[in-house]
Write a protein that binds this ligand. Structure first.
Ligand code: PMT
Length: 221
């Protein structure tokens, strides 16, 4: 990009899954590859921003060396790193698929197979987007994602308000969208509940559209 619309801006992005340990060899996780958030981080850096990417466990890394990668494993760790960075951040975009729950206790040793089933008690993880959204200042922009398999618009609008975001990016898992895919199809929803649907395109192009929407409509002038 020839212009640098994000020059002097600091951007915080979360990406990838979180892994919530059950015992030393097992975890609860999900299918996020980190591609969507990594594309956002690379594009924000190309637009001139200083970018911190808090990245859950995935082998993928940004190709742009200007992106500062902070690797984390769990939701609690991701939350701590975001908390440290937030006060100096202008734009936060939460593209990670954070586990909502974690095992209450992590077994010290590998859990042995026994007769009958196995119960694992789960407790709630911190909601990073909720925290940042509810403490942002008037000049900070906070953007969330919503991954929905049903009632997408309604659920995304619910999350937008509950988590106090400036914008929510709705997407759904399918054969060419969502987890692990190189393409995505999203609907941007703002606080007035206006919707812009972006057709199927590469995650890089989706990232560019989201960041241009933020610079054109959400950043304080
Ligand atoms: O990584 P890829 O393979 O490229 O896939 C991209 C993606 C599908 C993971 C991405 O586009 C996406 O939708 N990310 C959000 C997935 C998700 O967990 O959505 P959610 O509807 O459960 O969460 C809503 C929002 O709250 C998200 O911004 C999420 O990052 C945030 N959240 C959720 C729970 C939590 N404990 N903390 C959070 O910050």
């Amino acid at each position: 990009l020839s212009l640098s619309p994000l020059k002097d801006k600091t951007v915080l992005i979360t990406a990838g899954p979180t892994h919530e340990p059950i015992d030393p060899v097992r975890f609860i996780g999900n299918h996020s590859s980190g591609k969507m958030g990594i594309s956002l981080a690379e594009t924000a850096a190309e637009m001139g921003a200083k970018v911190n990417l808090v990245l859950g466990p995935t082998p993928l890394r940004p190709t742009n060396a200007d992106v500062n990668v902070i690797s984390v494993e769990t939701a609690v760790h991701m939350h701590q790193e975001c908390e440290k960075l937030f006060s100096l951040t202008d734009i936060s975009i939460m593209a990670a698929a954070v586990a909502d729950y974690r095992p209450k206790k992590v077994a010290d040793q590998k859990i042995k197979k026994a007769d009958g089933g196995l119960h694992i008690d789960l407790i709630k993880n911190p909601d990073i987007l909720f925290d940042l959204g509810n403490k942002k200042s008037a000049t900070q922009v906070v953007v969330g994602f919503a991954l929905e398999t049903e009632n997408g618009i309604e659920n995304a609008i619910g999350k937008l308000h509950k988590k106090n975001c400036d914008l929510i990016v709705l997407n759904s898992p399918s054969f060419n969208t969502g987890f692990g895919k190189d393409t995505n199809e999203v609907t941007l929803i703002n606080r007035k509940e206006e919707q812009i649907t972006l057709g199927l395109k590469s995650k890089q192009d989706i990232a560019k559209d989201i960041l241009l929407h933020i610079t054109d409509h959400l950043l304080p002038k």
